[in-house]
Design a protein around this ligand. Structure first.
Ligand code: GTP
Length: 595
C-alpha cells in the first residue's frame, strides 16, 4: 500500500474505559474479524487477560478500511495495556505510531491513567483524537467529561471530540473517518537503507523470537541477512508478515508499515525491545535511540506447592521468554525448599504471573510476601544489593542501607483530597506538588517504594470510593533506617518469613506479625512458640496453641486397652510431627501482606 494510505495508531485509555471493546469494534467494522468472533475480544488472548479484563502485553493488528469514496486504507492498530504496572509497555507501543485515540469513559471521566498516557503521547508528538465512550449508559456525564478533556488540552473542545458507544457501535464509523482525516500518514523514505524499530516481541518455541517491528525507512523482506544494530547480531529472518488478527505472511513490509519478523533467534534476551533492525549489507547509518530496559521493582519468592520443582522451573523459564520484564534466579529456602526469587514490575504483575502459572501450566505456587531491593554498604566498605530479606546482613556489620523511592502522581476528585492526603502521610509520603485539572486534583508525592508496592493502590481506591488513580515512577535510592525482622518457630529461624522494615515501625509490626502467625500457622500437637526477633532481641512472642487436648488423659473413663491404643497413636503422631517441619501454607504469607 502507498504510504499516503497508511495510518498507524494506538488506543490509550484508563483501565476499563473500553479500549479492547473499541478495538474489537474496529476489527469488526473493517471486517478483519467476523461479527460472530468479535465479542470474544480477540486482542486479549492470554487467559489472565480475559479473567481480569485487562490487557497485559501489547498487540498489533492490521485492518483494511474502505472509506466513503471507495479508497482503501491500511489501519495498523496497536493495542496498549491499561494498568499502572505496565506503563512501560505503553511507551514502547506509542513509539511505533503517528497517532492515538484517547478514549475516556463518560461515566468515570478523565482518570490518572488517561492523563499519564496522554502525556506520553504528547511527548512523542502524536496526533491525539479525543473520544468519549459509553455514552449509552445512563450514568454517562458528557458535559462534565468534555470539560475535563478541555482542561487537559484546550484543543480538545466539543467540536473535536467524538462521542461513541464501543459496545453498541454508535459513533464508531466517525472514529474510522477521523483516523484517516486527522492522523498523518507515515513519512519514511522507501528507498533509504532499511531501518526498523523493534517495539515488542513474543517467543515461540518452534520459531524463536518473533519481533514486532515498525519499518521507518526502506524495505524489509527475506532477500538479505538482517542485523540487530545494538546487539550487533546477524541473522536470516524466516518470515515477515502482519497480524490480521492472526499471523499473515507477506513478501515485504515497506516504510511506514507495522508487522512482525520471525527471527529464528532462540535467545529472547538477544532481541531487545528498542533495537534497530537493518540490513547486514547496506545498513542504516545510525541506530535508533532505544529504550531503557524495564526494571523489576518488587521481588518475591515463588515455590512449588506440591514439591514439583522441575515443573515450576520449566514454567518459569518459559514465562521469562514471553515476558522479559519478569526476572528470576534460583533460590533455596530452609522452610520451603527449592524455588525462585523473582522480580516484577509491581504487585499486580506478581499476581498476573501467579495466575499465568496456574492457568497456562496448571501450577499452584506459594508466593512469599513481596519486598523491594536494598542497597547495603557494610562497615568494611563492601556493597551488597539485597533482593531477599534473608540475605540482609547481621546488624553489627551494616554501615548504611538505602531503599528505592518513587514519585507518585495521584489523581483524585477534590472532595477526596483529604482522605488521600491522610493516606499519603500514613505511608510516609512527602508532598511534592498539588495541582488542579478541573475538579480533579493531582497530588504528587515521594514515597519509599516499599510503602506503595503492595496495598497502596487498593487502599487508595477504597478511600476515594474508586475514583482516585495512581501512577508511579522510580526516583532514586535513599538511605533509610531499616532493620530486619526474623521469625523463629520453636526457636529455629524460618527464613521465608524474614522481612525488612523501618525501625520506627518494628514494634508495631512485630506485634501484629506474631498475632497473624498465631491465627494462621497450622497447629501442631504441642504448643509452638513463635518469636519476632529484631537485632537479636525478641520484640514479640506468642505460643501457637496445640492442635487438641490430650484425649487419652482427659477423656471419659475408657477401658485400659482403649486408652493404651490412643496413647500409642498419639505418641506416633508426636514423633511424626517432630520429624517433619511445620509446613507454611499460603495463608501465612497472605496474612503477612496485611501488616
Ligand atoms: P483494559 O484492557 O483492562 O485496559 O480494559 P479496556 O479499556 O480494554 O476495557 P474493556 O474494553 O475490557 O471494557 C471494560 C468494560 O466496559 C467491559 O465490561 C465492556 O463491556 C464495557 N464497555 C466498553 N465499552 C462500553 C460502552 O460503550 N458501553 C457500555 N455500556 N459498556 C462498555
Amino acid at each position: 500500500m502507498q504510504q499516503q494510505f497508511i495510518r498507524n495508531f494506538a488506543i490509550i485509555a484508563h483501565i476499563d474505559h473500553g479500549k479492547s471493546t473499541l478495538a474489537d469494534r474496529i476489527m469488526a467494522l473493517t471486517k478483519t474479524v467476523s461479527e460472530r468472533d468479535s465479542h470474544a475480544q480477540l486482542l486479549d488472548d492470554l487467559a489472565v487477560e480475559r479473567d481480569h479484563g485487562v490487557t497485559v502485553k501489547s498487540r498489533t493488528v492490521r485492518n483494511y478500511y474502505r472509506d466513503q469514496t471507495g479508497q482503501d486504507y491500511e489501519y495498523n492498530l496497536i493495542d496498549t495495556p491499561g494498568h499502572v504496572d505496565f506503563n512501560y509497555e505503553v511507551a514502547k507501543s506509542l513509539a511505533a505510531t503517528e497517532g492515538a485515540i484517547l478514549l475516556v469513559d463518560a461515566t468515570q471521566g478523565v482518570q490518572a491513567q488517561t492523563i499519564a498516557n496522554y502525556r506520553i503521547a504528547q511527548q512523542d508528538g502524536l496526533t491525539i483524537i479525543p473520544v468519549l465512550n459509553k455514552i449509552d449508559m445512563p450514568a454517562a456525564d458528557v458535559p462534565a467529561t468534555l470539560a475535563q478533556l478541555h482542561d487537559l488540552n484546550p484543543a480538545f473542545d466539543r467540536a473535536h471530540t467524538l462521542m461513541i458507544s464501543a459496545k453498541t457501535g454508535e459513533g464508531v464509523p466517525a472514529v474510522l473517518e477521523a483516523i484517516k482525516e486527522r492522523i498523518p500518514a507515515p513519512s519514511g523514505k522507501p528507498t533509504a537503507p532499511l531501518k526498523a524499530l523493534v517495539f515488542d516481541s513474543l517467543y515461540d518455541p518452534y520459531q524463536g523470537v518473533i519481533a514486532y517491528v515498525r519499518v521507518l525507512d526502506g524495505q524489509l523482506d527475506l532477500s538479505q541477512p538482517l542485523t540487530l544494530m545494538q546487539a550487533t547480531l546477524d541473522f536470516k529472518a524466516k518470515g515477515v508478515g502482519v497480524f490480521s488478527p492472526t499471523m499473515h505472511p507477506q513478501a515485504t513490509l515497506n516504510a511506514g508499515e507495522v508487522g512482525y519478523v520471525v527471527t529464528g533467534i532462540k535467545d529472547p534476551r538477544a532481541v531487545r525491545v528498542g533495537e534497530t533492525l537493518t540490513r547486514k549489507t547496506a545498513p542504516a547509518t545510525a541506530a535508533l535511540p532505544g529504550y531503557r530496559p524495564a526494571q523489576p521493582m518488587v521481588f518475591a519468592g515463588l515455590y512449588p506447592k506440591d514439591n514439583d520443582y522441575p515443573a515450576l522451573r520449566e514454567a518459569v523459564l518459559k514465562l521469562g521468554l514471553n515476558d522479559t520484564s519478569f526476572s528470576f534466579t534460583e533460590e533455596r529456602s530452609e522452610a520451603l525448599g527449592m524455588g525462585f526469587r523473582c522480580g516484577f514490575l509491581g504487585a499486580f504483575h506478581l499476581q498476573i504471573i501467579r495466575e499465568r502459572l496456574r492457568d497456562e501450566y496448571g501450577l499452584e505456587v506459594l508466593a512469599t510476601a513481596p519486598n523491594v531491593t536494598y542497597q547495603v554498604t557494610l562497615k568494611n566498605g563492601q556493597h551488597m544489593v539485597i533482593t531477599n530479606p534473608v540475605q540482609f546482613p547481621a546488624f553489627g556489620l551494616i554501615e548504611t542501607v538505602a531503599e528505592p523511592f518513587v514519585r507518585a502522581e495521584i489523581t483524585t476528585p477534590d472532595n477526596g483530597l483529604n482522605a488521600v492526603l491522610k493516606l499519603v502521610d500514613h505511608h510516609k509520603g512527602t508532598l511534592l506538588d498539588l495541582g488542579n485539572s478541573g475538579d480533579l486534583v493531582v497530588v504528587t508525592a515521594k514515597f519509599p517504594l516499599s510503602e506503595v508496592a503492595a496495598h497502596f493502590f487498593s487502599e487508595l481506591k477504597s478511600v476515594s470510593h474508586g475514583y482516585a488513580s495512581l501512577n508511579t515512577e522510580f526516583l532514586d535510592n535513599e538511605v533509610a533506617d531499616l532493620v530486619k525482622i526474623e521469625v523463629a518457630m520453636n526457636y529455629a529461624p524460618v527464613d521465608a518469613l524474614a522481612m525488612v522494615v523501618h525501625r520506627s515501625d518494628a514494634p508495631a509490626i512485630t506485634q501484629a506479625l506474631v498475632k497473624q502467625l498465631k491465627a494462621t500457622v497450622p497447629r501442631q500437637l504441642y504448643p509452638t512458640p513463635v518469636q519476632a526477633i529484631v537485632e537479636g532481641k525478641a520484640l514479640a512472642r506468642v505460643d501457637v496453641p496445640p492442635l487438641r487436648k490430650n484425649a487419652a488423659v482427659n477423656g471419659e473413663a475408657h477401658s485400659v486397652s482403649k486408652k493404651a491404643a490412643l496413647l500409642r497413636r498419639q505418641s506416633q503422631n508426636k514423633r511424626r510431627a517432630t520429624q517433619s517441619q511445620i509446613k507454611l501454607p499460603q495463608s501465612v504469607f497472605n496474612a503477612l501482606l496485611e501488616l
